[in-house]
Design a protein around this ligand. Structure first.
Ligand code: ZN
Length: 72
């Protein structure tokens, strides 16, 4: 199961949950179910090393190397 990062739209808390792509877990702080799924930081960090981010800002949130469809 992938690790997703969420942000609560009520209180602004950020948290991570191992869950399916369709799941919307409740906020652990205020219990609200109005949470927004963010791009997982783990996915971008494990896809490439940090030096890829020094190439001039070519990468986007969807990839680490600046070569995915949303980069160009
Ligand atoms: Zn909350």
């Amino acid at each position: 199961m992938p690790l997703y990062e969420f942000r609560c739209t009520k209180c602004g808390a950020q948290f991570e949950e191992l869950c399916s792509a369709e799941a919307r877990p409740g906020c652990p702080k205020c219990g609200a179910t109005e949470v927004k799924r963010l791009f997982s930081a783990f996915a971008t960090k494990s896809g490439g090393e940090f030096r890829s981010s020094t190439q001039g800002g070519g990468s986007c949130a969807g990839c680490a190397g600046g070569s995915c469809a949303s980069c160009h």
